[in-house]
Design a protein around this ligand. Structure first.
Ligand SMILES: Cc1ncc(COP(=O)(O)O)c(C=O)c1O
Length: 386
């Protein structure tokens, strides 16, 4: 096989497999996390106008000034973080920002601390950098971590801590105490925190998102990452950004410029305007998703799953053990044929296979009628699964 050894574990993604299965069986696809409606009309119109208006060539390397300024204003408005537009770098989605950060900061053999289950690009990215991952488990029902295990995951080789809050796939939102502990260990080991906050606006029940950079002493060592794909339901546009201390952002830019150089010229001004949408847009997004969460979570409960209601994101994790299944992967491979719904096993986001053995993730960023239909199909699961 020509592929280098360190990338061999990453040849296929569960999403492609499950999406193909969903298509073949006509199942409702609650596996992959993309919305089935478009973002705000003004955003779409602005992008269309930019294309016909001739904004189609390479934008400036760090991103257009209007977008970097809008990100800085957004950070001040929602989180009280003061960011200079020059300290913002526009990337090809959050995925590129994460990859460029890890590649920029880690020598081969350096260590990256991350929490599992993790967003699937993290492990591949650490492997690309030739770095080593040290994972810390987030366990149900609350998906918190054991402070002693976190502390033990750090060493004198730790260069980066990858944090994701609100967290995919568990829906956990890290508390101030948890962030404080992570931050203290990062300071103690002189590590950089790469904080993936793409679900910052998808948060429920009055819970608050706390950006890592707002903790005392952390702005100096944190790269904060977010993305228009999630906030504005345009996952295919791949407009993300990262900000942080000048030296760290310069390091990320050095790598980013040779990964993609730039991307999304006509999308950048559109996203810049959308970031200034009124509060009602942002609260409306969270309220609508909270309703969808309740719709799906209640349906899953009624269908016999153990449900761990998420405080954020648009995913809900369930346990299929009460339905008589002991292997989430096998369950997910059968679910489309059993009832016509597709989901993904949490084990694919874990190094420790035991951690997600019976856990299954469903996405609820779908139209209400799709969720209602999915719930009605799932209601028949117990009858056909036995
Ligand atoms: C935690 C997390 N980070 C990053 C991304 C990717 O963001 P983007 O599409 O902007 O690259 C996702 C997408 O699912 C995600 O769940």
């Amino acid at each position: 096989m020509p592929l280098v050894e360190r990338m061999r574990p990453f040849t296929s993604t569960i999403f492609a497999e499950m999406s193909a299965l969903a298509l073949r069986t006509g199942a409702i696809n609650l596996g992959q996390g993309f919305p089935d409606t478009d973002g705000p009309l003004s955003l779409l119109a602005d992008a269309a106008a930019a294309i016909t208006g001739g904004i189609n060539q390479y934008p400036p390397g760090p991103g257009i000034r209007a977008l970097r300024t809008a990100v800085a204003e957004h950070q001040r408005r929602f989180h009280g973080i003061e960011v200079h537009p020059d300290a913002v770098l526009v990337t090809s989605g959050a995925t590129e920002a994460i990859a460029a950060a890890v590649i920029a900061l880690c020598e081969p053999g350096d260590e990256v601390v991350l929490f599992e289950p993790y967003y699937d690009s993290y492990a591949a990215t650490v492997a690309m950098a030739g770095a080593i991952r040290r994972t810390v488990a987030l366990r149900p029902p609350a998906f918190g971590f054991d402070p002693a295990k976190l502390s033990a995951a750090f060493s004198d080789r730790t260069r980066v801590v990858l944090v994701n809050t609100p967290h995919n796939p568990t829906g956990a939102v890290f508390t101030r105490e948890q962030l404080h502990l992570i931050g203290s260990l990062a300071i103690q080991h002189d590590a950089v925190v790469v904080s993936d906050e793409v679900y910052e606006h998808m948060i429920f029940d009055g819970v608050r998102h706390i950006p890592m950079a707002t903790l005392p002493g952390m702005a100096e060592r944190t790269l904060t990452i977010s993305s228009a794909g999630k906030t504005f339901s345009v996952t295919g546009w791949k407009i993300g950004w990262v900000h942080g201390p000048a030296e760290l952002v310069a390091a990320v830019r050095a790598v980013k410029q040779f990964l993609t150089y730039v991307s999304g010229a006509p999308f950048q001004p559109a996203v810049a305007s959308a970031l200034g949408l009124p509060d009602s847009f942002y609260t409306g997004l969270a309220e609508s998703l909270q309703r969808k969460r309740d719709l799906l979570a209640d349906g899953l409960c009624a269908a016999g799953f153990t449900v761990f209601p998420p405080a954020g994101t648009y995913f809900v994790v369930t346990d299929v053990a009460p339905l008589g299944f002991d292997d989430a992967m096998r369950f997910c491979l059968r679910l489309p044929e059993l009832v016509g719904v597709a989901a993904v096993p949490v084990s694919v986001f874990c190094d420790d296979a035991g951690l997600g053995a019976t856990l299954v993730r469903f996405a609820f960023c779908k139209r209400d009628e799709v969720l209602v239909e999915a719930v009605s199909r799932l209601a028949g699961l117990r009858a056909v699964a036995s």
